[in-house]
Design a protein around this ligand. Structure first.
Ligand code: SAM
Length: 271
């Protein structure tokens, strides 16, 4: 079992499989100095599998695949199938913008994926296009239908409380989720340009959870293990004798409270 210096049990690994995304959400992709990772620095699916395997052997029971947009990573479904079959995995989820789910839902369900979170901040097609840099909300709605049909439920909708979006848009999302049997979770907006203030729960948002109950470590697509979403310190897995050493080191770096300023882009660390 993995226990950090503050007595928290760490059993949750978030894995960002790519920093690439087919959307450009204004709040997620940094406007300044954003450089895509070089292909050579990105972990192979086999390397990710090995890290997850060692993490599970150490006490990780819950894994979430994220990105960038995880569904733009080629063969991500084969990685999901391999993780799903690992003994010790109790919960395997995916966070996606939903735009490619229509194409992937069946494959993901047969791979053994248990849960899907879909990011959807507004239903209005014009606002959606503006926020996502040209995305088409219809593709997400189609993706949700396909995911339901493939049995990937219960589906969760992640909706960021964006200051620029009027409250009635969130009311529409609430109604849409109620009518379609979708779980809705509101996420506190974090200002990545200026720092967000302490990474703690705000009254209206379900996420982020309180630092005192944090159970996570995060792996970026280029193999850095972050002890906290915005931690200034990370462990480079390829520089350690083994993935297990890297995981133990990252757990050892967990601080009591999170940080308010990002040291990696959200699209790289996976939100
Ligand atoms: N492309 C996938 C998606 O859209 O869900 C996965 C990656 S995305 C970085 C993962 C999560 O990070 C999403 O739920 C997104 O809403 C959240 N996120 C991104 N930027 C954020 C911000 N500035 N504040 C709060 N949450 C953010």
């Amino acid at each position: 079992m993995l226990i950090d210096r503050f007595g928290r049990r760490i059993n949750y690994l978030r894995v960002s499989v790519t920093d690439r995304c087919n959307l450009e959400c204004s709040y997620c992709v940094p406007r300044r100095d954003f450089v895509k990772l070089a292909h050579g620095s990105i972990l192979s699916l086999e390397e990710i599998e090995e890290i997850v395997k060692e993490a599970v052997a150490l006490g990780i029971t819950k894994v979430r695949i994220t990105g960038g947009e995880p569904l733009v990573r080629r063969n991500v479904e084969s990685l999901i199938a391999r993780i799903a079959s690992m003994e010790g995995i109790e919960d395997l989820g995916l966070t996606t913008n939903g735009t490619l789910l229509d194409r992937f839902a069946e494959k993901l369900a047969s791979a053994g994926l248990k849960r899907v979170n879909i990011s959807l901040d507004v239903l209005d097609p014009v606002l959606y296009g503006e926020i996502t840099g040209g995305g088409d909300v219809k593709t997400v709605l189609k993706g949700i239908e396909s995911a339901k049909a493939a049995g990937l439920g219960p589906l969760k909708i992640n909706c960021i409380i964006l200051p620029s979006v009027p409250e009635e848009e969130r009311e529409k999302i609430r109604r849409f989720c109620g009518d379609n049997g979708l779980d809705l979770q509101f996420i506190a907006y974090m200002n990545l340009e200026e720092g967000s203030g302490p990474v703690e729960k705000t009254p209206r948002a379900h996420r982020p959870p309180l630092c005192s109950s944090c159970n996570k470590i995060r792996l970026t697509a280029d193999g850095k293990l972050f002890p906290c979403l915005f931690s200034p310190r990370a462990v480079v897995v390829r520089e350690e004798p083994s993935a297990s050493d890297a995981i133990l080191k990252a757990v050892g770096l967990k601080d009591e409270k999170g940080y308010s300023f990002p040291h990696e882009s959200m699209s790289r660390i996976g939100g």
